[in-house]
Design a protein around this ligand. Structure first.
Ligand code: SF4
Length: 435
């Protein structure tokens, strides 16, 4: 292969500078495989992607002269300068095919809750190994100018001054920069309806509660329980002004909404009494099928169940469920499907695990035995090296990974009706509901 076909490696230094390393190709991690990346298997870094350098680690790069993967602790062009791996945290709608490849050093600490894709340089651009599964601009930051968000905040302050949930969403939009929170104030696509401070799982990568204290959570959990009137008021304000509106329980700033299912039944009742418009969606761990039945009876339109794995041992090692088990989540999927509710799997994917032969086979069997409508491919926000270690202890991967692209194609070939995406669809766009 001519050297120009290789993606040039990049690295960072203590000052946070990011630079290319001529003579070395970028390496992508795929579980036990560390492979040099070519330009053709990457795309330019999508808008909104962020670059990070990773402390306590040294980059793996491919030495084009030695024709082998090497660890570079020091900058070959600046003797004595320590090098750090550079990873990309990509925009929504893209599946990572290769993670950033590094070697942990003695002073390596936990990495914060992001996904870490490989990244390299070519021509005048950063390039990343991604496959796009959703091109909807729902969370495109270019469509969310802050002045418009602020105008929306003021408008909602006037419309519902005493509504605590509206106040909470202000914090989401302005303090945490949450795109879902911003979309409520912008009157776009999907509005969040966080409601539960509690959860019956303890996910390794929970964004709203990290009880072990070694990883910082990305945002704080909602600290109060809104009333059904507060929830309905926010939902209806969104539905009345947004075409194909979606309103969703189960956000990154809460526990699992099933913990307050009676409240949700009442809120859905108030929304459906006022309008038949809009899609009422539930993002959940699916742990309590009997509660889900009550929500369906109340008028729930769609449900998204989060899973990092279709294998019980690997699911349990990640979700650490309390008082429920993997089979309960499966029961919820079957129940909702049988009641003609649109069902998605929020598949927390990580190259090296999700495309392992064992996980791939489990996924194909699962889709056959427990049909549903959509896979939302969501890059797992967790240190891939530590995640793979935990997962491989929980379950044998069954050989080398097949590759995320191959996995996406194989599922597509076997189950062409399964929709791929990233965002909760509006009911006007539901597909294959009879299949
Ligand atoms: S199910 Fe959701 S809220 Fe509960 S621990 Fe997991 S990520 Fe956190």
């Amino acid at each position: 292969m001519h050297k120009s076909n290789w993606l040039t490696a990049v690295a960072g230094n203590e000052k946070g500078d990011i630079f290319d390393l001529p003579g070395f190709a970028a390496v992508g991690g795929n579980g036990p495989l560390e492979l040099p990346l070519t330009v053709s298997e990457t795309c330019s870094l999508p808008h909104g992607g962020e670059l990070m350098y990773l402390p306590g680690r040294a980059p793996l790069v491919y030495d084009l002269d030695l024709k082998q993967v090497v660890v570079l602790e020091e900058n070959p062009y600046e003797p004595g300068e320590r090098l750090f791996p550079v990873a990309a945290f990509n925009s929504p709608g893209y599946v990572i095919t290769h993670t950033c490849a590094w070697q942990e050093l003695a002073d390596a600490d936990h990495l914060p809750l992001f996904s870490y894709s490989a990244v390299g340089w070519n021509g005048d651009q950063f390039r990343v190994p991604l496959v796009q599964v959703d091109n909807e601009p729902r969370q495109d930051l270019r469509q969310m100018p802050v002045e418009k968000v602020l105008a929306g905040v003021k408008q909602m302050q006037k419309k519902m001054p005493g509504n605590r949930l509206r106040k909470h969403l202000e914090g989401c939009a302005l303090k945490y920069g949450c795109p879902a929170g911003k979309n409520f104030f912008l009157g776009r696509y999907e509005a969040p309806l966080p409601s539960s401070a509690a959860c019956n799982a303890s996910c390794l990568g929970c964004l709203s509660l990290q009880s072990e204290g070694c990883i910082s959570q990305s945002q704080d959990r909602i600290s109060f329980t809104p009333t059904a009137d507060e929830i309905a008021q926010v939902a209806l304000a969104h539905i009345e002004r947004v075409k194909k509106a979606v309103v969703s329980f189960g956000q990154g700033c809460e526990g699992d909404p099933l913990m307050v299912s009676d409240l949700l039944v009442s809120a859905i009742g108030k929304i459906r009494k006022a309008t038949s418009k809009g899609t009422i969606n539930l993002n959940t761990n699916g742990s309590l099928p009997e509660k889900i039945e009550q929500l369906i009876n109340a008028g729930l339109d769609s449900m998204r169940v989060s899973m990092n794995s279709i294998r019980k041992a690997c699911y349990t090692a990640y979700f650490r469920p309390k008082g429920y088990c993997f089979e309960d989540a499966v029961k919820s999927i079957d129940l909702a499907r049988s009641r003609n509710v649109h069902v998605s799997i929020n598949y927390l994917n990580c190259p090296g695990f999700t495309d392992s032969p064992a996980e791939r086979d489990a996924l194909l069997d699962f889709i056959k035995d427990h049909p549903f409508h959509m896979i939302q491919w969501r890059n797992l926000n967790f240190d891939p090296v530590r995640y793979l270690k935990i997962m491989n202890e929980a379950g044998d991967p069954g050989g080398n990974p097949v590759g995320m692209r191959v996995l996406l194609d194989q599922v597509r070939q076997m189950f062409p009706h399964i929709r791929y995406g990233y965002f909760n669809p509006a009911k006007e766009t539901f597909q294959n509901m009879t299949k």
